[in-house]
Design a protein around this ligand. Structure first.
Ligand SMILES: *Cc1c(COP(=O)(O)O)cnc(C)c1O
Length: 676
């Protein structure tokens, strides 16, 4: 009896020992070490790594093949495999980098916005309607605006324009006579005249006075044209905003009229007999307002101004609450700058309830509610896909030489590495490890000084650097995830990380990531049945050291490294950057002359398939050069003249010259991005 018990006990102990060792080993390996088999890795692990269940909303998830799946509606049978789609596009010569726009998602966003407002109107028994407009500056592409107007037509969804060029787009595209055309931005005589005459076309333009001197121009236009526009006024609110665009409100904001200015404008309009056209009050808090409290305060102040304008005798009909409706880029539902602490429904409820309260209290008819939500409508439908061209890692291949090192510093580094090796074999003592790592860093700095002063040659410096990286690796391999994130050691992860070279220009395709550190969800679109055991970030094609993508979402925190797979030889490694539909295309620039990427519009069909609705081909090099006034024919011609003189001087054969010119001509017709 006793012996059996003992045997079972021993068996348990042995088993648990091996289990522990296995777990420890696994923990170490998952940090950095490459591993072949990873059957244990499931899509649930990937979901947890990339938080796609949080930011993906209902639109993006991972399918059983380990690829990103796109669906326009919750529980919809319509689903497509993003990886498969990109592969099939490639076979049609539509290569990455590539923007894919999902019409169905755009439609769903527009529908959701309207449904949220109808629900709020019903809940609060509001006695008027919601009638929104799309701010053109968010995405001016013709296809996009046409789709927005098509999907929004059941609700007479309109457009907001902020310049004369945008006004022309608005006039051309907006055919629905019941839709609003809100005219914002600085307005000169021409802008005002065109908007005024547009009313005669049967359209509904509302000129929103943003600057005091616009009143005089409006009055003059009315006299010249014998036509009157609908007029709105933009108020400068005193309520505090938050976030990046907080300066859009407040006494020093760029746009809008202060209360004294509003008073004098009303007087001027009355004097000019135009007060009867004064219909709309507008305010705009800035974009991506994360905190609902900010929106509420502004709404209260604006509703009160609205009530006062009515009392002053203006026949008010509309409150335009501007943009600012935020989206949850990181999925945390918090007031962090990449999230919102409210839902679309909360937003609609607050708008309706606050305005209703003020009007009710003052016995004023409920106005039509207008909003100018750009980001919230257009972000989700666009996905930017790029391929990885290669990776780089720091070198830490140590060649053990039997020669005694000449330099004391190198000897010190070798000694540090050996101590680390001993220490990490024993039970890990974090403070000692940190001390040794600090030593290693110090010795490396000393090396640099010694090199500068000529005491160390290039080979010795290389050896010293490799020794330091070996120290880093020794530590990284032997600590677990919690220990390695210790602030004093975090740079180890960063140093050992790989740079993934992205076939992309940050400046063209996601300028906000560079300009304002906007974070977009970034995730491989395939291989989610494999563990992403490398850590890395991205460098783009431009020669600009700012052309980097190194901020990623991590459960509410921001991290500089993303878990990534090791690219396989001769196979694409494709990364998706999500929620990029707002502002990015409009703001993108031609830094280093990388042009527009391919854009395609996709309709998802019932049988998990899709229809390609629209292909907008990328810019060729000739087209980009043309934009900067270079004519490709004369470029080729001047190179040809060069080749002629090189042929004369026998530096180039006729055959070589022809090849060179041929190559240049072909190249001008082709993409500015890298191809295989
Ligand atoms: C930019 C802008 C908007 C759009 O803001 P979003 O936050 O993208 O919704 C709306 N109205 C005005 C006046 C703007 O300048």
């Amino acid at each position: 009896m006793v012996t059996w018990q003992v045997i079972i006990k021993i068996k348990d102990i042995v088993l648990s020992f091996f289990q522990k060792q296995f777990l420890l080993l696994r923990q170490k390996l998952t940090n950095f070490a490459p591993r072949k088999s990873n059957n244990y890795w499931t899509i649930e692990n990937s979901i947890a790594t990339y938080n796609i269940d949080k930011w993906g909303d209902k639109y993006f998830s991972i399918n059983s093949k380990g690829n990103i799946s796109v669906t326009p509606e919750k529980n919809s049978a319509k689903k497509i495999d993003l990886f498969k789609l990109v592969k099939e596009l490639k076979s049609r010569e539509i290569n990455t980098p590539l923007i894919i726009r999902f019409n169905d998602i755009l439609k769903d966003r527009i529908t959701e916005l309207h449904e949220a407002f109808s629900k709020a109107i019903e809940t609060y028994e509001y006695q008027n309607i919601y009638q929104g407009v799309f701010p053109v500056k968010c995405n001016q592409q013709k296809n996009v605006l046409e789709k927005i107007l098509e999907f929004g037509s059941p609700w007479n969804f309109g457009l907001e324009v902020g310049s004369k060029s945008e006004l022309l787009i608005g006039l051309a595209l907006l055919q629905n006579q019941n839709s609003l055309l809100i005219c914002n931005g600085y307005k000169d005589k021409k802008y005002i005249e065109v908007a005024t005459l547009a009313r005669k076309l049967g359209k509904k333009p509302i000129i929103v006075i943003e600057q005091k001197d616009e009143v005089k121009r409006i009055i003059k236009a009315v006299q010249n044209l014998k036509a009157t526009p609908l007029i709105g006024i933009r108020a400068k609110l005193s309520s505090k905003s938050s976030g990046r665009w907080s300066k859009s409100v407040g006494d020093n904001s760029k746009f809008g009229l202060s209360i004294p200015e509003i008073m004098s404008t009303i007087k001027e309009l009355k004097k000019a007999n135009l007060i009867n056209e004064m219909k709309l009050l507008h305010f705009h808090l800035g974009s991506q307002i994360s905190d609902i409290a900010v929106i509420k305060d502004a709404l209260q102040e604006a509703s009160q101004i609205y009530v006062e304008l009515c009392k002053l005798g203006a026949p008010m009909e509309y409150i335009d609450v501007g943009g600012g409706l935020g989206i949850d880029f990181d999925g945390t539902k918090t007031s962090s700058s990449t999230s919102t602490n409210y839902s679309l429904q909360n937003y609609a409820n607050d708008v309706i309830a606050t305005i209703k309260d003020s009007c009710q209290l003052n016995n004023i008819e409920h106005p039509t509610i207008v909003s100018e939500s750009g980001r919230a409508i257009i972000s989700h439908c666009s996905v930017l896909i790029f391929n990885v061209l290669g990776t780089s890692q720091i070198s830490s291949q140590i060649k053990i030489s039997n020669k005694k090192p000449q330099s004391l510093i190198i000897a010190n580094l070798i000694e540090t590495l050996n101590q680390l090796k001993i220490l990490t074999k024993k039970k890990v003592n974090l403070s000692e490890i940190i001390e040794l790592w600090n030593d290693a860093k110090k010795f490396k700095e000393d090396c640099l000084v010694a090199f500068r002063l000529g005491f160390l040659n290039l080979e010795e410096r290389a050896h010293a650097e490799e020794l330091t990286w070996s120290c880093a690796k020794e530590i990284a391999y032997n600590l677990n995830n919690d220990e390695i994130t210790h602030p004093d050691l975090y740079e180890i992860t960063e140093t050992l990380a790989s740079t993934y070279y992205a076939n992309l220009s940050i400046f063209k395709s996601i300028p906000d990531s560079w300009a304002i550190n906007q974070i977009f969800p970034t995730i491989p679109i395939h291989r989610h049945l494999e563990e992403p055991f490398c850590k890395g970030n991205f460098a783009d094609l431009t020669c600009d050291s700012d052309g980097k993508l190194n901020s990623f979402i991590d459960n509410g925190k921001i991290k500089s490294l993303l878990n990534l797979h090791k690219p396989e030889p001769n196979k694409d490694y494709l990364i998706g950057i999500f929620m990029t539909g707002a502002y990015q295309e409009a703001l993108g620039n031609f830094h280093n002359l990388f042009g527009n990427t391919n854009v395609i519009h996709i309709d998802i069909t019932q049988d998990n398939s899709y229809k390609v609705k629209n292909i907008i081909k990328e810019d060729s090099k000739a087209e980009i050069l043309q934009l900067l006034d270079y004519d490709s024919d004369s470029l080729v011609e001047s190179i040809r003249i060069n080749t002629e003189s090189a042929i004369d001087q026998k530096q180039l054969t006729i055959e070589e010259a022809r090849k060179l010119i041929d190559q240049i001509e072909i190249s001008l017709r082709n993409s500015s991005y890298l191809s295989e």
